[in-house]
Design a protein around this ligand. Structure first.
Ligand code: ZN
Length: 339
């Protein structure tokens, strides 16, 4: 009922239709939650297992294995008067892979209700045991399990759901040996946080191309020019391909160009290279183009400003510098009149 009142307050505060619709949706959702909560509560006190029997009597081999696994060297757990470690209480009731007979339908129904409400995940949260009487080799245990409580709807870091606590009373004959409470959270997993978007690979900067990357940082596209024969060259190289001269200076590209050729990368998907017209986390296809600059040299880059499948040979483009995190890269935007 608390939920219904809260929803009514939302309804009254917002005079516009959209808010009224939203209010109605919230009311509906809270009513559904209340109905589920009420149904779950009806399972409290119902049996989860009736007249279960331990598959084996309390026995020394299981005690020995337990003590070895736990590293428990307590002297009470060996010799002719050995008792079982009290924390083994649940072990004597376990059904193993083949399970137990005597399990009631109520517990399965409860879990199915939760599954159907979207609480499909389960995690064991805690266990409490009370020891009343020591168990000794030869004791034959019987047990009954109750659905002790189902919590209100809770939101945890894992998600939103309900804590279900069962209580198992373990007996030898009519004598209570101990009680084992086991609590699980049945929940709808919270949406996972998006992993950070992968970054573009960094360029390899060396002494032959450092000048190019320094230019890019200043948002200038520098092209090498041979000072002997004036041939422009790109990418950056130590010497002139035409005359072999090691001497050069630079000219700054004006930034006009056309798509000389291109490929569209479909696979493997790589979000760092997703085309700019797609959602930031979409790892879709993207166009890689060979751009011919007005100066006559060619550069490989991305074409931005239009879908990857609209890139075509001859498309006029203009240089732009785009930041990817702290990395600045030259890219080419399709000219508006061409789009
Ligand atoms: Zn030259």
């Amino acid at each position: 009922m608390v939920g219904t009142r809260r929803a009514a307050a939302v309804y009254q505060k917002c005079p516009c239709n959209a808010a009224r619709d939203e209010g109605a949706r919230v009311t509906e959702k809270l009513r559904a939650i209340d109905e589920l909560g009420a149904r779950l509560k009806t399972y409290e006190g119902r049996p989860a297992a009736v007249a279960g029997r331990g598959k084996d009597p309390v026995n020394l081999p299981m005690i020995r294995h337990w003590c070895e696994a736990m590293g428990d060297t307590g002297p009470a757990y060996e010799g002719p008067d050995a008792i079982a470690p009290p924390t083994m209480l649940q072990a004597w009731t376990m059904g193993g892979l083949s399970g137990h007979e005597g399990r009631s339908a109520a517990y399965d129904e409860l879990l199915t209700l939760l599954d159907d409400a979207g609480c499909t995940s389960v995690v064991a949260t805690d266990c409490e045991q009370e020891y009343v009487r020591a168990l000794r080799p030869g004791d034959e245990v019987t047990f009954d399990t109750l659905i002790e409580s189902v919590s209100e709807r809770k939101t945890t870091k894992l998600g939103t759901g309900y804590f279900v606590t069962t209580r198992t009373d373990i007996r030898v004959g009519q004598e209570l040996a101990g009680t084992h409470r086991f609590r699980i959270l049945k929940y709808a997993p919270a949406p996972r946080k998006q992993p950070p978007r992968p970054k573009r690979p960094r360029p390899v900067v060396n002494r032959d191309n450092a000048g190019f990357w320094e230019g890019v940082e200043q948002r200038r596209l520098l092209v090498q020019r041979c000072t002997d024969c004036a041939t422009l060259r790109f990418p950056w190289l130590p010497g002139c391909n035409s005359c072999g001269s090691p001497d050069w200076d630079t000219v700054e590209a004006r930034g006009e160009g056309t798509v000389y050729s291109y490929v569209v990368m479909h696979h493997p998907p790589f979000p760092a290279f997703t085309a700019s017209d797609q959602a930031a986390d979409a790892a879709g296809p993207y166009a890689v183009a060979l751009i011919e600059l007005a100066e006559g040299i060619r550069i490989i880059s991305n074409v931005i400003g239009l879908p990857y499948d609209k890139v075509r040979i001859g498309l006029p483009v203009r240089l732009e510098f785009q930041s990817y995190d702290e990395l600045v890269l030259p890219v080419f935007r399709a000219l508006e009149e061409a789009v």
